[in-house]
Design a protein around this ligand. Structure first.
Ligand SMILES: N[C@@H](CCC(=O)N[C@@H](CS)C(=O)NCC(=O)O)C(=O)O
Length: 417
């Protein structure tokens, strides 16, 4: 299909970006208030990846406090904006302006937000919340110890796993201590404190250790499933592929166990087919089935940014235009469309650089990755060719800068570009 045929099949833009479901692309959230009522500016990363930003972002969404967003580039993706380092020395994220006053440190930010707008359930300094905050840090340290410290022999690998399992078990017990899937009855700040890293644990341990957090800990699975019924969380939720490849530069490396199960799961996370455990077992990435518009949302996102996507692809705009249209034809119509010989590497390059939730939601990314992978497999010359490897010391291949320029204009009808 040509671009002019594809474009109208993309999902229409969100009719209510200021009050509808949370989105990584929204820059102003009003929740029915007027713009004059906005007292808060959240500084967070372009990539929608920073875990400490996710915590504050989720709190604002759950508490429905009107806010603006200003996005900043994290060091590993590109050049940090100088206006931001002028504002925050060192350039760390998140930061938040409340009535013109700048606050850094995510926990401090939440405490100040609670003072200004009221807490979300028991507050950050509530005696029931303080030990849970401590438990979150213990779980975090056990995870780092297992994932990021290289194991010279098998015993270190199994002690890392046992150490992590012990604290995951404690988190599971805390979850069942009160009725309902959340920590202290209704969803509260205590849950939001756990969300960012437990999401990253679930993804990274599947990829690097072959360990399925949700399958092993039913209370954690119930907690995730309850979060996944909230549009707030769904707007901020990433996926296994994104986390598996964004964590190494942030964590200083992630170490694979090398077990058969680990290699199998890593292969499925990278190349599909998805869901990674097949249709018979519960999906360890999400309890939500694909929405009807998953493919058309993905299509709309690619059409919007096609000029930059083509320019940044190793095949270049001329080499990648037709293969990309083939993959999008597969995505939106289900029809196989063999690409020109030699395009598999370019298609897989793009497959590996879809970032969730920055670019699109989890199921849209899955549909697009599947279409790219299936089309690459039809390359008549080399159907197994892989894309350029994903760097693990930095992710400057994901630099947001080129995407921040003006959007691609509509192609004239009949043109194939
Ligand atoms: N203790 C801080 C930690 C913040 C932090 O580590 N932020 C990271 C991102 S997750 C950062 O800004 N790193 C600089 C960069 O990557 O540009 C908090 O809770 O806010």
């Amino acid at each position: 299909m040509d671009w002019w045929e594809l474009e109208p099949l993309g999902a229409p833009p969100d009719p209510d970006p200021m009050g509808g479901p949370a989105s990584a692309r929204a820059l102003l959230r009003l929740f029915g208030h007027s713009e004059r009522d906005v007292r808060v500016t959240l500084y967070r990363d372009h990539h929608a990846w920073c875990p400490y930003c996710q915590k504050v972002w989720l709190w604002l969404e759950e508490r429905r406090v009107p806010y603006r967003v200003r996005k900043v580039t994290m060091f590993c993706y590109g050049q940090k904006e100088s206006w931001y380092t002028d504002l925050v020395r060192g350039g760390m994220l998140p930061a938040l302006e409340l009535d013109g006053r700048l606050i850094t440190e995510s926990d401090q930010i939440l405490e100040e937000l609670e003072r200004a707008f009221g807490s979300l359930g028991p507050g950050m300094t509530d005696p029931a919340v303080l030990p849970l905050r401590q438990l979150e840090r213990q779980l975090f340290r056990a995870w780092c110890q297992w994932l990021c410290v290289p194991s010279r022999d098998g015993s270190q690998e199994s002690s890392g796993r046992a150490g992590f399992d012990r604290f995951a078990e404690r988190f599971g017990l805390a979850l069942v201590a009160d009725p309902g899937p959340f920590l202290l009855g209704e969803l509260s700040s205590a849950d939001l404190i756990f969300v960012p890293y437990v999401e990253r644990m679930s993804a990274s341990l599947a990829y690097y250790k072959g360990y399925l957090l949700r399958e092993r800990h039913p209370a954690i699975d119930r907690w995730f499933a309850a979060l996944e019924r909230r549009s707030t969380y769904l707007g901020t939720q990433s996926d296994f592929h994104t986390h598996a490849h964004d964590l190494p530069p942030q964590m200083g490396g992630c170490h694979a166990s090398g077990s058969q199960e680990q290699r199998h799961l890593a292969g499925r996370i990278d190349s599909g087919p998805w869901p990674i455990l097949g249709p018979e077992r519960p999906d360890p990435e999400t309890s939500q089935s694909a929405p009807e518009d998953a493919a058309s949302v993905a299509l709309a996102r690619v059409v919007k940014h096609r000029a930059v996507l083509l320019a940044r692809n190793p095949l270049g705009p001329d080499g990648m235009d037709r293969p990309l249209r083939c993959a999008l034809t597969q995505l939106i119509s289900g029809r196989s469309c063999p690409p020109p010989a030699g395009s598999a590497a370019g298609l897989r390059y793009l497959r590996d650089r879809i970032s969730v939730p920055r670019d699109m939601p989890l199921h849209s990314a899955r549909s697009l990755r599947s279409a790219l992978e299936r089309t690459a497999g039809l390359d008549p010359a080399d159907p197994m060719a892989s894309g350029e490897p994903i760097p693990w010391r930095h992710r400057r291949d994901q630099d947001p800068a080129p995407f921040l320029a003006t959007p691609t204009p509509s192609p004239p009808r009949g043109s194939s570009r």
